[in-house]
Design a binder for this molecule. Structure first.
Ligand code: ADP
Ligand code: AMP
Length: 213
């Protein structure tokens, strides 16, 4: 099963993608996590990506597409995957579509997690991320057992640089201009499903599971 998560930054794509990956035993692939791991390790790619990420801009398609295509060609992806944060532009979606078509495959579901802009800034300022294992929390809604410490790996949690309110506004603008058109793209392919992302994360997940059945 090949699934794409769509939605504004902070809509809950990563939260749901992790739950989907666990239930259906498929890899969770987040281009944002891949970039953050590269930044942490000080790679050339990480340094290049950081310039854009810190401003709330998209990393150019030339850099992003190759990373994603290499990742989905790996052995663990042969039974499917859940993509979180890719595609984010129509050209990215077209490249993915072409690559899959060449293998006689296609995306099965594009799940649009719908959350209005008003809720997003609050979500993002409360998000705490573990840069070591990729786990995500929210200080009010989904707190870790011990404040500031990752439940999974015990590392310190951080407020991502790009979750600061000034950057979030920019990311929302970029989302509406460059990513939202993907809703029409996947609607036209007959694979788009929308869920209400404002309810409790367990209820969002239940709605997604009923779609994937
Ligand atoms: P995205 O991957 O779309 O950027 P995340 O999954 O990281 O979004 O979620 C953004 C923030 O909102 C995180 O702090 C997360 O813990 C929190 N969150 C996710 N889903 C919900 C929900 N249904 N209700 C409240 N908070 C949520
Ligand atoms: P995320 O973790 O999905 O919120 O992504 C964080 C940041 O990484 C985004 O704001 C972009 O700067 C960059 N990024 C992640 N995925 C992509 C993508 N598919 N295309 C371009 N930039 C991306």
């Amino acid at each position: 099963m090949k699934i794409i998560m769509l939605g504004a930054p902070g809509a809950g794509k990563g939260t749901q993608a992790k739950m989907i990956a666990e239930k259906y035993q498929i890899p969770h692939i987040s281009t944002g996590d891949i970039f953050r791991a590269n930044i942490k390790n000080g790679t050339q790619l990480g340094m290049e990506a950081k310039k854009y990420m810190d401003q709330g801009l998209l990393v150019p398609d030339e850099l992003t597409v190759k990373i994603l295509l290499d990742r989905v060609a790996q052995e663990d992806c042969k039974n499917g995957y859940v993509l979180d944060g890719f595609p984010r532009t129509i050209p990215q979606a077209e490249v993915l579509d072409k690559a899959l078509a060449g293998l006689g495959e296609a995306i099965d579901y594009a799940i649009n997690v719908d959350v209005p802009d008003e809720n997003i800034v609050r979500r993002m300022s409360g998000r705490r991320a573990c840069l070591s294992c990729g786990a995500t929390y929210h200080v009010e809604h989904i707190p870790p057992r011990q404040e500031g410490v990752c439940d999974h790996c015990g590392q310190a949690l951080v407020l991502r640089d790009d979750d600061k309110p000034e950057t979030v506004q920019n990311r929302l603008k970029v989302y509406h201009e460059q990513t939202q058109p993907l809703i029409d793209f996947y609607t036209a392919k007959g694979v788009l499903r929308t869920v209400d992302g404002t309810v409790d994360m367990k209820d969002v997940f239940e709605a997604i599971v009923s779609i994937l059945k």
